[in-house]
Design a protein. Structure first.
Lengths: 359, 148
């Protein structure tokens, strides 16, 4: 029997500069066990409900994560609105979809860049981040912010987008789509990328289901699991199709994110074609009394915002179950049996977001 | 659009049996969450199958042992360690037990009854009965205590 060695991976690693740590138990070059360790920077945001009322708390929900900022806010608002029986104006629901899908595009392109960096493909990393700027510029023009958008509020959204701006944005997204086609051609066809990703970090459909995988990780293993199918917000008016691959390896996870980026651009186009005129928010009266589990689809998968109130301005409980937390058991399963050299790529293709996890 | 949310209230000793049945029926474990009540803890186990969202709920007194479901759903161990570390509830027989080291927190069990500040319920209007702290309406679409 080969000698067992424990190799520490993280919390600071060149490929994953986020505070998650793994003790990799190895025999020669093969990982035989992986013990995760989180909560280096647990912020305890869920307890801030004691200090902020349910309207102000929107700003805390917005700051759970940078990449999924808007969707955390949207999930929280949706939970409060369901408890209070608030019918959000239709235009606001379309605007929410618009910013949510832009967030997905920006998150996936950012992931492509970071993944390219991990392969050692510097120029591809730079090209990806250049394209991501298009989305960040749209954010800045429509919301005044590039990362924490602050657009969602209980009862609607804070800003509108006029028809002229919307048309200009669609034109730019068309250009982005063309540039992305070229970029993604490299990800899909390049020999060295395929060599690093195909057949690496495989997880079967059965294991993905049993271990609670969500998001691109589940869909890359053949599970058609996408919360947008539930039809929250304006998604019920749009043609949402879960992007599914069957191989379950790192390459399949990369393909799913590429296809989702184009699908999101298509959803934005659909939403722009159907957005009705009308108000963008409602005046909110009263306070939430009851509870609700809001489920929405973030770039990394299903997120749950649980809100419970007793009729006062301060909530009794707010809990977020983020997709990364749900994907950790599968991450451990995938790491067992892999080569040490593949560990960074495997972890990256699962796209863990520690900012969300350390809410 | 409001998603229907089934809620089954269970006794603690029925939990493992009902969870095993859901596992056999092909439900996936979505999450386990815990809430602090003024005198107890409320644990919500959420499941999903073909977008049908189902919740089981048990309550436990402070210090009362809660059975682990990690021998049925392997991914439950993280949620159960979280509940142990943040709420101080002992969960028995977790498949991978971190022994209280999953979360590094500035104070021990930050969500325990001793540490949580409960919001004052709104003052009752004259004639209306005052609400108990921690008492809320059931979630939409869930008859209280519904069993299948």
């Amino acid at each position: 029997m080969a000698r067992q060695t424990v190799i520490p991976f993280g919390p600071q690693h060149p490929v994953l500069p986020e505070p998650i740590h793994f003790d990799l138990v190895t025999e020669d070059e093969r990982v035989i066990d992986a013990i995760p360790s989180i909560s280096y920077v647990h912020r305890g945001l869920e307890r801030l409900i004691e200090k902020r009322d349910f309207i102000d708390f929107v700003h805390v929900a917005d700051r759970i994560c940078g990449l999924c900022s808007f969707m955390h806010c949207m999930g929280y608002c949706q939970a409060v609105e369901q408890i209070m029986g608030i019918e959000v104006p239709e235009r606001a629901q379309y605007l929410r979809v618009f910013w949510a899908e832009l967030s997905r595009v920006h998150s996936h392109i950012f992931w492509l860049g970071v993944a390219a960096d991990a392969f050692g493909f510097e120029s591809l990393f730079m090209q990806s981040l250049r394209l991501r700027e298009v989305v960040l510029n749209i954010f800045e023009e429509t919301t005044g912010a590039r990362v924490i958008l602050g657009m969602c509020k209980v009862g609607g959204v804070r800003r509108d987008i006029d028809a002229e701006s919307l048309k200009g944005i669609l034109d730019r997204l068309k250009g982005l789509g063309n540039d992305l086609n070229e970029l993604c051609g490299v990800f899909i066809n390049d020999y060295s990328i395929k060599h690093r990703l195909v057949g690496v970090g495989q997880i079967s459909k059965e294991d993905a289901y049993k271990l609670g995988c969500v998001g691109p990780m589940a869909r890359a293993s053949g599970l058609a699991l996408d919360m947008r199918v539930l039809g929250y917000g304006a998604y019920k008016q749009l043609d949402v199709e879960p992007m599914v691959e069957s191989a379950g390896d790192c390459y399949a996870r990369c393909l799913v994110r590429i296809r989702e980026t184009f699908h999101s651009i298509d959803l934005i186009r659909q939403a722009a074609g159907k957005i009705p005129d009308g108000p963008i928010d409602l005046k909110v009266k009263g306070a939430p009394e009851g509870e609700y589990f809001s489920r929405i689809e973030q770039p990394r998968g299903e997120v749950i915002h649980y809100v419970k109130g007793n009729g006062s301005r301060f909530l009794q409980r707010f809990r977020v179950r983020v997709p990364t937390f749900s994907n950790i058991p599968a991450m451990i399963k995938v790491l067992k049996g892999s080569e040490v050299a593949d560990v960074p790529n495997i972890i990256l293709t699962l796209d863990p977001c520690i900012s969300c996890t350390e809410r | 659009m409001s998603e229907p949310q089934e809620m089954m209230l269970l006794e603690k000793h029925d939990l493992v049996g009902v969870v095993a049945r859901l596992f056999a029926e092909g439900y996936r474990l979505v999450q386990i969450g815990c809430s602090t009540l003024p005198t107890a803890y409320e644990l919500n186990y959420s499941f999903d199958k073909d977008y049908r969202f189902k919740n089981l709920r048990i309550t436990a007194a402070p210090g009362e042992e809660v059975p682990s479901i990690s021998m049925i759903y392997a991914n439950a161990f993280l949620y159960e360690n979280e509940i142990h570390d943040l709420f101080g509830l002992p969960v028995t027989n977790i498949s991978i037990d971190y022994g209280g080291t999953l979360y590094r927190t500035a104070i021990k069990t930050p969500f325990s009854i001793d540490n949580i500040k409960f919001p004052e319920p709104p003052k009752a209007k004259s004639g209306a009965p005052a609400k108990e702290p921690g008492k809320t309406k059931e979630p939409p679409g869930s008859p209280p205590g519904q069993e299948d």
